[in-house]
Design a protein around this ligand. Structure first.
Ligand code: PMP
Length: 384
């Protein structure tokens, strides 16, 4: 409102580059049509553009095949899809699902629902005071009852990058499978699902410079094939009679109804934007901002950073002595600085650190050191 914007709420959603907005406008202006079913030119163009994003996503996460890329509304829907299909089919009474103390609610609640339904148990990997997983405790949790580990790759609160390869290796040895929540990692880290060896990987377009309402579930082919369908409707079927319905092949089996065509199409422009910028270059820039902001915030008396893991993405959470995060957030907003305050959909993690919430600044490609300086001086004034 009358001030240049400093946007530090990128972990919630990133701003959208013009190329992404243009892709949306171009689709609606020039070739708006429903996909897969039409034989007219517009339908063919829209279908081709939609399917091109699938190829782009396949490359982005280094999946072995395009059939393993299922479009959803986002990370939340991707996790729920797995819970309601694989989970319902495979989780039995007495089984155990392992998650961690730093999960987003979207990687807690679906498993609670399944555990309650199936009389299974949820086991929690604890975190240390730096916000790192206690891997020894994790190893102790793994046992014959373990069926699934669902773990966040990078924490939206602490910034912690978890050792997912090691987590996966350990539990695969015990015969269980792993879902990785890549909502925060996919924009910052190089993702190679084959190297990681995860069974599922979930992420959202809107945190990677893409539109809202589009996301991805990657799955191991054998597992996706064995899974029951999620939603029933058009597109996910091969043949329907009242006596019997047969289902479509991957990935369409999980894409019932008209998908979010425009946003999926524009997602490709976002991935290209990130590729053109160079993920390694962007990461270096964001890491510099993280180090700079950490150093500057540490200089302010009363500021305590929550999340001091050795490996972090560019997310920095902090609390200020004798103040409520929301008050800090409002005062910063008055100065045109957008930060996130509150529990960040990770209430159990707040309970672990015994705090009501944090102030969170998260950095993207377009942020600068000058903006960090603005945050620091705004914060100093707010504290005063
Ligand atoms: N997991 C993590 C770690 C997140 O940060 C978020 C978004 N804040 C989600 C899951 C959920 O993503 P979405 O709201 O896009 O479904």
């Amino acid at each position: 409102k009358g001030r240049p914007l400093v946007y530090f709420d990128n972990a919630a959603t990133s701003q959208k580059p013009q190329v992404v907005i243009d892709a949306l406008v171009n689709y609606y202006s020039n070739y708006n049509a429903n996909i897969h079913r039409g034989i007219h030119t517009l339908a063919e163009e829209a279908t081709a553009a939609f399917e091109e994003t699938r190829d782009a996503v396949q490359q982005f996460i280094h999946a072995a095949s395009r059939e393993q890329i299922v479009f959803t509304r986002g990370t939340t829907e991707s996790i729920n899809l797995v819970a309601y299909t694989w989970g319902r089919q495979n989780i039995k009474a007495g089984d155990e699902i392992i998650i961690s103390a730093m999960e987003h609610h979207s990687n807690i609640v679906p498993w609670q629902i399944i555990c309650e339904e199936k009389k299974a148990a949820l086991r929690i990997i604890p975190v240390n005071d730096n916000g790192e997983l206690l891997m020894d405790e994790y190893q102790k949790l793994i046992g014959p009852k373990t069926k699934l580990v669902s773990i966040v790759h990078a924490s939206n609160v602490l910034g912690t990058v978890n050792p997912v390869k090691e987590i996966i290796r350990l539990v695969h040895a015990a015969g269980a499978i792993v879902l990785v929540d890549g909502a925060q990692s996919s924009v910052h880290l190089d993702i190679d699902v084959q190297d990681m060896d995860c069974d599922f990987f979930a992420f959202s377009a809107h945190k990677i410079y893409g539109p809202t309402g589009a996301g991805v579930l990657y799955g191991r082919k054998k597992i996706l094939e064995s899974m029951p369908v999620f939603m029933g409707g058009g597109e996910m079927i091969k043949e329907v009679t009242f006596a019997k319905t047969t289902y479509n092949d991957l990935p369409y089996k999980f894409e019932a109804g008209t998908p979010n065509i425009a946003d999926v199409i524009a997602f490709k422009a976002a991935l290209q934007f990130l590729q053109n910028a160079g993920k390694a270059r962007v990461r270096k820039h964001e890491h510099e901002l993280l180090l700079y902001a950490t150093g500057r915030l540490e200089e302010i008396p009363g500021v305590r950073i929550i999340g001091r893991a050795k490996e972090k993405v560019s997310v920095i959470s902090f609390v200020v002595d004798k103040t409520h995060p929301q008050d800090i957030g409002i005062l910063l907003d008055n100065r045109g600085i957008a930060v996130r305050t509150g529990h960040h959909c990770a209430e159990p993690l707040m309970q672990r650190f015994n705090i009501p919430g944090t102030v969170r600044a998260s950095f993207a490609v377009y942020n600068t050191k000058e903006e960090v300086d603005e945050l620091v001086s705004g914060l100093q004034k707010a504290i005063k």
